[in-house]
Design a protein around this ligand. Structure first.
Ligand code: ADP
Length: 202
């Protein structure tokens, strides 16, 4: 159960939708709980409030989590208003898990690196690529800085090959590259696809 790293470190789990990122995050956090470590799990909230929620995998496994409006709320939840250096009585969890990490802004990087510097094992799960197959937000930077990276694949819904990309479909057709990420009222779906069967309309 001993970590191969000395002290805190950053682990990143990436891949397209349906590749099992949430499952892998749940697996790692569950093992930490079995090892009687203190864990805290976060995910982005769709609204602007804190609430208890669950990290759920498509296969139905789930784990308790705190939904937060942004990285600053994770910092406040873990560190309060104070700072560990000025408040040595503060105890951080042994493990911090964050799902859907791609939805956090650029503030996520400094926070997770700070936690790792303070001895926390940070496990991030998120999309490496958006529906256009372009690097997603804060993820490239975090992939570069992580001690450990796992890239998972799903199964291409067209041919059954390993899928590395998330196909966005709007009314059954591939989305356009300039379609907004949030489309209100549109009938949209995502499928895992390989490089050959992934399409973006120009
Ligand atoms: P992610 O967090 O990467 O979106 P999940 O952990 O939520 O993935 O779900 C992974 C599960 O999704 C798989 O174990 C499998 O049961 C299911 N699944 C559904 N469609 C696919 C697919 N096209 N390829 C792989 N797994 C799929």
């Amino acid at each position: 159960l001993k970590s191969p790293y000395h002290g805190g470190h950053l682990e990143v789990i990436v891949g397209p939708m349906f590749s099992g990122k949430s499952e892998e995050l749940i697996r790692r956090v569950t093992r930490a709980v079995i090892a009687r470590q203190r864990v805290a799990v976060f995910k982005p909230a769709l609204d602007s409030r804190y609430h208890t929620a669950h990290v759920a995998s498509h296969a139905g496994r789930s784990l308790e989590a705190v939904a937060v409006p942004g990285a600053a709320a994770i910092r406040a939840h873990l560190l309060g208003e104070g700072d560990l250096l000025s408040d040595p009585g503060l105890t951080l969890p042994d493990v911090v898990g964050i799902d859907e990490a791609q939805f956090f802004g650029p503030e996520l990087g400094p926070l997770v690196l700070d936690l790792a510097d303070r001895g926390v094992r940070v496990i991030l799960a998120g999309l490496d690529l958006d529906f256009r197959a372009e690097p997603f937000g804060c993820m490239p930077d975090l992939l570069a800085r992580a001690e450990s990276v796992e890239k998972l694949t799903a199964i291409c819904t067209v041919c059954g090959a390993p899928a590395t990309r998330s196909q966005r479909l709007i009314a059954g057709e591939p989305a356009r590259s300039d379609d907004p990420v949030v489309l209100v009222g549109a009938q949209e779906a995502y499928e895992a696809r390989c490089r050959v069967h992934h399409a973006v309309r120009q």
